[in-house]
Design a protein around this ligand. Structure first.
Ligand code: 6GU
Length: 220
């Protein structure tokens, strides 16, 4: 899978891609992530990328021309399955969306800054708009990182044991994960549920289902 990101703050993005699960996906040749500095496509000597909005009002708006130049150049190289605009005024990312995106070949992510982008960018280029929750971040970069981490670990082959994906929180049954324990069995008087040390796999599975459901109810 190839992920292109267009950003006005590219240095915010670089470090996380060289660590963690995203790094693993890159090293295995399963994900390629390319960051494009919007400023490179800026207008004039000052490489302008934003301007005040028509009609007045606070905040600068990212202009359509630098963005269109960048997107046109990328689209000339390959076909994109989705062109995603990260914005708080969109549908919230969930596990199902992450799953769908993890199966795509090429996605292009546009991260907004300041007061957003010229609406015509959204109308002309963007095929999907995604938020990561009901709060406002200063730019879409951190939101893009969150989404890319959620996607990367789902790309087939990135995680060694796919069972851990099927079992984890927020998969299709909607139940949260069951509680987990490791050694020591006793720690400052706190013990581990007896059933987990019983060796009875049927009872263990039943206990885990019950606990997962109990947690899901508590989280509702
Ligand atoms: Cl995608 N962008 C910004 N700027 N703020 C957000 C967001 C995105 N998702 C939640 N808050």
């Amino acid at each position: 899978m190839r992920i292109d990101i267009i950003s006005a703050a590219p240095n915010l993005l670089e470090s996380p891609f060289n660590h963690s699960i995203v790094k693993r996906a890159k090293e295995k040749g399963l994900a390629e992530i390319v960051i494009h500095d919007l400023r490179t496509f800026g207008l004039g000597n000052y490489k302008q990328i934003d301007d005040t909005q028509f009609g007045g009002g606070a905040g600068m708006v990212l202009m359509i021309e630098p963005i269109s130049k960048c997107i046109d150049a990328l689209k000339a190289e390959r076909r994109y399955d989705e062109i995603i605009y990260m914005t708080p005024d969109a549908k919230t990312l969930n596990q199902s969306t992450a799953n769908t995106l993890s199966l795509q070949e090429n996605i292009l992510i546009l991260t907004g800054h300041y007061k957003g982008v010229d609406q015509r960018v959204r109308d002309m280029f963007v095929t999907k708009e995604i938020s990561i929750g009901d709060y406002v971040l200063n730019g879409g970069e951190v939101a893009a990182l969150v989404m890319i981490e959620a996607i990367s670990r789902l790309i087939p082959g990135v995680i060694g044991n796919p069972e851990s994906l099927a079992e984890e929180s927020h998969n299709e049954i909607g139940a949260l994960e069951y509680p987990t324990f490791t050694k020591p069995a006793q720690w400052r008087g706190l013990t581990v549920p007896e059933v987990l040390m019983s060796g009875n796999h049927g009872q263990i599975a039943q206990w885990r289902r019950d606990e997962a459901l109990r947690r899901s109810k508590l989280a509702e």
